[in-house]
Every structure is written in structure tokens, then in C-alpha cells.
Ligand binder design. Structure first.
Ligand code: NDP
Length: 453
């Protein structure tokens, strides 16, 4: 049994039985058996089942949100959004089965057509930072494309995944089509990589483990999609609406206590606006409401997920110049206040590495070229924001920054209508958006001769 701990109070809130390799193998084989039937379900019927699943989720938004508030320390507004995101992503991809088009390609001597065939069993490995959305992004397009799915939630946060697995059955998804297998990463997650019946792994988590997953998949030439770390830049030019830039910057990095692969954890400010920005930013950071989300429904930032993560984050603050901090509750819980640091240079560890906590670094830049160079001086390239009043500059900088998802005068990064994924060591492949099902299918080409003998 594995105890799930409420990170805001350090109290146990549930016990979960972890699966081993034997249980994982049984679930994978059942998913493989179910695949033979699921791929034959008529497109319209599969669409109806996915819409029904979305509708059952919709009826359980508050219940799912409460599980995430207590089991992962998420704020109520985030947790409700996250449960709603699972519903929305299921609804979005419910349109897929009836639109999984192939092509007819002009060729001599006959007709050439392509088909999008499902892969088989898809394994989705989910991290602890956004247990519900990342579950939905992996599962919904995979099911829609005709695959069956096995999901391994993070040990720290299995509760919502397990409940959504039950809701899938309640919604009428056939047995074995979607199976949630709680277990250790190096046991169940690793089995997804090594089991030959798992034909693709969708992994979200650390770059370190992502590389292991990719290396393991290579042995079977197994497909994989990797959504990994980030160190995203929030670039603020002097001609921007500085009040808006400063007011929104805390939420772009401290949301989910900074445990967000898209966190804008490096703020780059044009020299001439640097002092004014810092003054406005300090006020905005002081205004972030940090409290136990279970007892304060207006809390804007909760605790870190675990003592390990808190200690890891605090390790980044040793010997660093802290400019100012926000507040955090005292006593039990894995708390770190919103913290703003001023690195000495871009070589500093806190500027280069993914902290995955409520810590943001600020540095000035002189001109547009330097801003782009500083943003790109990173192993990562997942997300980022550009604040400027000049539309031409906004587009030049957006084209120049090596990152998969950028926003101008906004921090909106992840939208289920649009592709999401990273450059460089932030990942491989894209999730979400209209093309996600393509990455969960094989393209098959069939030629039919029409020439007379
Ligand atoms: P991990 O990469 O270890 O965990 C992510 C998922 O992978 C979990 O479900 C985990 O299982 C699973 N996993 C772990 N080892 C293996 C393995 N050998 N094979 C297959 N699956 C495995 O992240 P951590 O929880 O250790 O977090 C460490 C750091 O990673 C964070 O501080 C942050 O920097 C980064 N991170 C980034 C995320 C992102 O969204 N990009 C998400 C999470 C972390 P289990 O946890 O159950 O062991």
C-alpha cells in the first residue's frame, strides 16, 4: 500500500495499492485483447462513447477537483479547470473518429489511398504536477484514433486517474479499453517501455527519465512522445504595457507553485524599464494569495507536492541574491513562498536549470537581439511570453525564440485546439491540436491496380 499525502497538511488522505510487473502485464494483455474489438467499433459509435465519457466527467467536476485539492494541494480554481479540461479534450477528440481521413494520391496504373490505422495499446505515463490534464491529453486522442490505453499515474498523485478510470466504465467504455495502473515509475512505467504489446509510450516528466524512456523504446523502435522540462523566458520590452506585464508575471510562474513545465521562470526586462518593472512586480508578488487550498477556496498558490520537492527547490536558493518574496503559511505542509531572485549572470544554476518551484529569476537586457540570444541560451525550449507594443517586434522575437509555444502580451500556453510540445531538451513530438491523432496512428498506403490485362 502507498500512502497519498495531502501536501498542505502532511496528513495521509488515502492508501493506494501499487501494481507490480505481473499486474501490469495482465492489464496490458487485456488492453491488447480489447483493441481487437475497439478498433472495429463504428466511428460514430466511438464518438458517442467519448462524448458520453466527457459528459460523465462533467457530472463529477467538483468531486474530481476535491481529490486534487486534497491529494495534490491544487487550488480550487485550478483543480476545477483541470477536471473541466479532461471533459473538453474528450469532447474535442470525440470529433476524430468520424474525421480520421486518409488521402487519395494520383499515381499511374491505379488508385492509391492511405489509411490511418490505430497502433494498438498505448501507454501513457503521467507526472504529478498536472495529473488530470496530462491524463486527458494522452488518453483522449489515443482512444479516438482507435487505440486502447493503459495509464500509469505518478505514485504521488494517483487518485484522480483512478476515479476517471472508474468513470470511463460508468460511461460505457468497454472493459480493457482504458485501464489505470498505479505503480512505481521504474516498475510499471518501465514495463510500458519494455512490453512488446505496448506500441507507443506518451511520457510527461523529467528530461532525465524522458531520455531513459526514449533509449528503452529504441530497442523495439517503439514510438514515443516526450513532454519534458522547461525554463521559459518572459521577455518584457520597455514599450509594453508594464502594468499588465508586472501584474500577470507572478501567475505565469507561481501557478501550481511553479511546478509547471511551462512556468516562465526567467524574466528578461529591457534595461530602461527594469527598475519600474521590479517595483510593480514586487507589489504584484506580495498580492499572491498563498494558503491551504482546502481551507481557503480563494487560495492562488498551494504547497509543493512533497518534502523532497520542497528541499530540491530550497537547494536552488543557497547563496543566491533574493530580491523579495511573497508569503507562505507556517507550520505543516511543504511550503515555499513566491521568491524572486537576481542572478549574477546567465551562467547561474538558478537561471539555467528547471527549479520546478515558486522561484523566478530576473535579468535585464539591452536590445532585441540580446533578448532573443538570452532566451535561447537554454537546454530547453518549451514555452515563453513576449510583452511589447510593437507587433513587428512581437513577431520577429516569436520567430527567433527556439520554443514550441509562445504567447504575445499573454501567458496562455496550453490550449487543446493547438499543438503543444518542445524544442531541444523539452521534448519530442507534439500533443493536442488537430494533428495529435496522427501521432497515434500508422499511415498505411494501399495501391489498387486499374489497368486492363
Ligand atoms: P519523473 O520524471 O521521475 O516522473 C514522471 C513520471 O515518470 C512519473 O509517473 C514517474 O513515476 C515516471 N517514471 C519515473 N521513473 C520512470 C522510469 N524509469 N520509467 C518509466 N517511468 C518512470 O519526475 P520526478 O517526479 O522525479 O520530478 C523530478 C523533476 O522532473 C521535477 O523537479 C521537474 O524538474 C521535472 N518534472 C517535469 C515535469 C513536466 O511536466 N515536464 C513533470 C514532473 C517532473 P513515479 O513518480 O510514480 O515513480
Amino acid at each position: 500500500m502507498y500512502p497519498v499525502i495531502n501536501p498542505a497538511t502532511e496528513q495521509e488522505c488515502a492508501q493506494v495499492t501499487l501494481a507490480g510487473v505481473t499486474e501490469a502485464d495482465v492489464a496490458i494483455e487485456r488492453a491488447h485483447d480489447a483493441f481487437a474489438r475497439w478498433r472495429e467499433v463504428a466511428p460514430g459509435e466511438r464518438a458517442t462513447l467519448l462524448r458520453g465519457f466527457a459528459s460523465v466527467i462533467d457530472g463529477h467536476i467538483d468531486e474530481l477537483a476535491e481529490l486534487e485539492v486534497r491529494g495534490a494541494g491544487h487550488t480550487w480554481s485550478n483543480a476545477r479547470w483541470e477536471a473541466g479540461n479532461v471533459r473538453d479534450v474528450l469532447n474535442y477528440y470525440s470529433a476524430t473518429p468520424e474525421r480520421l481521413f486518409g488521402r487519395q494520391i494520383p499515381v499511374p496504373g491505379g488508385i492509391d489511398i492511405t489509411f490511418r490505422e490505430p497502433l494498438g495499446v498505448v501507454g501513457v505515463i503521467v507526472p504529478w504536477n498536472f495529473p488530470m490534464p496530462i491524463f486527458g491529453w494522452g488518453v483522449a486522442p489515443a482512444l479516438a484514433a482507435g487505440n486502447t490505453v493503459v495509464v500509469k499515474p505518478a505514485e504521488l498523485t494517483p487518485l484522480t486517474a483512478l476515479r476517471i478510470g472508474e468513470l470511463a466504465l460508468e460511461a460505457g467504455l468497454p472493459d480493457g479499453v482504458l485501464t489505470v495502473i498505479p505503480g512505481r515509475g521504474d516498475v510499471v512505467g518501465q514495463r510500458f517501455v519494455t512490453h512488446p504489446l505496448v506500441r507507443k509510450v506518451s511520457f510527461t516528466g523529467s528530461t532525465r527519465v524522458g531520455k531513459q524512456v526514449m533509449a528503452g523504446c529504441a530497442h523495439q523502435l517503439k514510438r514515443c512522445t516526450l513532454e519534458l522540462g522547461g525554463k521559459s523566458a518572459n521577455i518584457i520590452f520597455a514599450d509594453a504595457d508594464l502594468h499588465k506585464a508586472a501584474a500577470t508575471a507572478p501567475y505565469a510562474v507561481f501557478d501550481n507553485a511553479g511546478q509547471d513545465c511551462c512556468a516562465r521562470s526567467r524574466i528578461l526586462v529591457e534595461h530602461s524599464a527594469y527598475d519600474e518593472f521590479l517595483t510593480l512586480f514586487e507589489r504584484a508578488v506580495a498580492g499572491v494569495r498563498v494558503a491551504d487550498p482546502a481551507s481557503d477556496t480563494d487560495s492562488e498558490m498551494g504547497p509543493l507536492i512533497s518534502a523532497v520537492q520542497r528541499d530540491r527547490v530550497q537547494g536552488y536558493l543557497d547563496g543566491v541574491d533574493v530580491a523579495f518574496t511573497g508569503s507562505a503559511p507556517q507550520g505543516d505542509g511543504f511550503w515555499v513562498p513566491p521568491t524572486v531572485v537576481l542572478p549574477v549572470s546567465t551562467a547561474d544554476r538558478v537561471w539555467q536549470e528547471e527549479v520546478f518551484g515558486p522561484v523566478v529569476s530576473v535579468l535585464p537586457f539591452d536590445d532585441e537581439d540580446e533578448a532573443v540570444a538570452m532566451a535561447n541560451d537554454s537546454a530547453y525550449g518549451l514555452s515563453g511570453s513576449i510583452f511589447t507594443g510593437d507587433v513587428g517586434r512581437a513577431l520577429r522575437v516569436a520567430r527567433g525564440v527556439e520554443s514550441g509555444n509562445l504567447s504575445v502580451n499573454s501567458h496562455a500556453a496550453v490550449r487543446y485546439w493547438t499543438p503543444f510540445g518542445g524544442y531541444k531538451q523539452s521534448g519530442l513530438g507534439r500533443e493536442l491540436g488537430p494533428d495529435a491523432p496522427d501521432a497515434l496512428t500508422e499511415e498505411k498506403n494501399v495501391f489498387i491496380a486499374t489497368t486492363k490485362e
